[in-house]
Ligand binder design. Structure first.
Ligand SMILES: [Fe+2]
Length: 288
């Protein structure tokens, strides 16, 4: 395993916010040579003291978890997979942040196309994760296996505990500093950019006995958007006919990914679940 710590590349890129955004623009520093991963100096912080209190309460009062689930019936926003599976987290939903437009601008620069038109409704989910050695199954690695996210990008807030790793080149994993706020590109960015942006593969590895909290804001295009390369230029990679014909919308893509995720965490069985990984299934849909 690589022991390097990801450091920002030499150039930090100040991003100009869109005119309607009054917040001071954050500085985005790319962490990988492939520009799929960046750290960002946001003023926003995840309220980890409150997040820990919330999880402590839910762990002590599991009956309240089912109440939360009932609050958001379409998506399981908090679950007890940690009690049964080797990978675990808990997920309530809270408010989105105000920094998304400026980060979307920076991803648009990388993509070479204006992504804002596909993101008019702010399709976002905020997920809180508790990698907790006391609620994880005894045989659990209490981490999160390698994968790529489905949306345009994910912003990961961390409580200072290390564990997040990025695949810098195939098979080479490097740890991200535990206090960095990290932006990871996802599959919708890959498609909309015509393959000019790559999805950042990542995973969470845990130290036995150490608890890690994170808060992740997932940003995706509007649900009705057809996922195909934007703009007039020739895609940098060959996409499937489904993609080029505009036959895959964001909502369908999200459902496929969600199904995979629930399978991973033991909430749902799917046919041929073991024969195909989540990333393989997406690649089959996306590439020509
Ligand atoms: Fe992820």
């Amino acid at each position: 395993m690589a022991t390097n710590i990801l450091k920002p590349q030499t150039q930090a890129i100040p991003i100009t916010p869109p005119p309607e955004v009054s917040a001071e623009a954050p500085t985005v520093s790319f962490l990988s040579s492939t520009s799929t991963t960046a750290s960002v100096d946001l003023d926003a912080k995840a309220p980890f003291h409150a997040i820990q209190s919330l999880f402590d309460h839910l762990n002590a009062h599991p009956e309240d978890i089912s109440k939360l689930n009932a609050t958001y019936p379409r998506r399981g926003v908090i679950k007890t997979a940690a009690l049964h599976k080797t990978e675990s987290d808990h997920r309530p939903l809270t408010n989105p942040t105000q920094y998304v437009p400026t980060i979307l601008s920076s991803v648009s620069i990388l993509a070479g196309v204006d992504l804002s038109t596909a993101h008019s409704s702010y399709n976002m989910n905020y997920r809180l994760c508790d990698y907790n050695p006391y609620t994880a199954a005894p045989e659990s690695s209490n981490g999160c296996g390698e994968h790529t996210d489905y949306g345009t990008f994910s912003i990961i807030f961390q409580d200072g505990t290390s564990g997040l790793e990025i695949e810098e080149t195939p098979g080479v994993w490097v740890p991200v500093p535990g206090d960095a706020i990290v932006v990871l590109a996802g599959w919708c960015a890959v498609i909309l950019s015509g393959g000019r942006v790559a999805a950042a593969r990542h995973r969470v590895r845990r130290t036995p006995g150490v608890r890690r909290l994170s808060a992740v804001l997932f940003v995706a295009p509007d649900l009705e958007v057809k996922l195909k390369p934007l703009g007039e230029s020739q895609p940098a990679k060959a996409f499937s006919e489904t993609i080029m014909n505009g036959e895959l919308d964001v909502e369908t893509f999200k459902d496929v990914m969600g199904k995979r995720w629930r399978y991973r965490e033991g909430n749902e069985e799917i046919e041929n679940g073991k024969s195909l990984s989540q990333d393989n299934e997406i690649e089959n849909m996306v590439w020509g």
